[in-house]
Write a protein that binds this ligand. Structure first.
Ligand SMILES: [Zn+2]
Length: 296
């Protein structure tokens, strides 16, 4: 494969489809790692976007964490590989991303990718094998997750007939059986999570290094998503109010947006560590810096 051409694009011109993000949630810890790399002057691999004509809008397909790190550090632009294609192409491609690079997908991430495929009008008619290929998982993994509706016509996609009904067959084309776990043989350094069982795969840490309690993970992820969306909107506003047109106004907007951006850093309540106390109004998750009265 040739090396993809990349170029810098404005972050504000990137469209995110949150509802179809194949990750279960953002890993703040990993974002911080990337953030630190950027701070020390390293460059991150280009994110991957699709665009119908090679110009804005760009549809994000791969690189949520890298984009988030770029946002957090305040960059306006990000290095991107631009692929000619539609928003749907971006979505379809995203389902199989991060198999071999970046943050390794968790089993939950893979489940989500497959479920997103089943929710899609165009993809849900495909065979298990075809979906497995798109999502880069074993097809028994897909079979297990296929919603059991009686009216399933697995006509598209050809010769494969191993996947009718509810019984997941475990044979691949080469006769081997697949278990649906990581197909790659490369293993990343360090992490000790290769043996499954026991604890959940991805422990999520907040900005202070405190583990987000399991029952808060859902709202933690929602919060992270909201934060990222607000950051994106702030960038859009900053780019739409050019200094030379709006003068003093523009300066004010810039200041308030910067205040907003600073206050978007959320952590678990330091009092209760997420157990929900009076201090945090029983929310467990709070802004690191309050929006108003940043006196100290
Ligand atoms: Zn609290």
């Amino acid at each position: 494969m040739e090396t993809p051409k990349t170029k810098k694009i404005l972050i504000s011109e990137i469209e995110l489809n949150r509802a179809r993000q194949p990750r279960v949630g953002m890993n703040k810890d990993y974002v911080s790692e990337l953030h630190a790399s950027l701070e020390s002057g390293e460059t991150l691999p280009a994110i991957k976007v699709f665009s119908e004509r090679g110009v804005a809008p760009f549809f994000l397909s791969d690189g949520w964490h890298r984009l988030e790190a770029n946002l957090a550090i305040g960059f306006r632009e990000v290095e991107a590989e631009i692929i000619i294609g539609t928003a749907f192409d971006a979505f379809k491609n995203s389902l199989g991303e991060n198999d071999s690079h970046g943050l390794r997908r968790t089993t939950e991430d893979k489940k989500r990718a497959v479920s997103l495929a089943f929710e899609d009008e165009e993809l849900k008619g495909l065979t298990d094998r075809a979906i497995a290929e798109i999502c880069r998982v074993g097809h028994p993994f897909v079979a297990k997750l296929r919603p059991s509706t009686g009216t399933d016509s697995s006509s598209a996609g050809g010769t494969d007939s191993t996947s009718n009904g509810d019984e997941p067959k475990r044979k691949g084309k080469d006769g081997k059986s697949y278990s649906g776990k990581t197909n790659g043989s490369k293993s990343k350094k360090g992490k000790s999570n290769s043996k499954s069982k026991a604890k959940p795969e991805a422990e999520i840490l907040d900005g202070n290094g405190i583990v987000v309690p399991a029952e808060l993970v859902g709202s933690w992820n929602d919060t992270q998503a909201t934060v990222m969306d607000l950051q994106m909107h702030a960038h859009v506003l900053l780019d739409k109010w050019p200094e030379k047109l709006f003068g003093v106004q523009s300066q004010r907007i810039r200041e308030s947006l910067n205040t907003l951006l600073r206050s978007l850093d959320v952590v678990l309540c330091p009092e209760c560590k997420g157990a929900k106390c009076k201090e945090c109004n029983k929310r467990g998750i709070i802004s690191k810096r309050p929006l108003l009265g940043t006196g100290k």
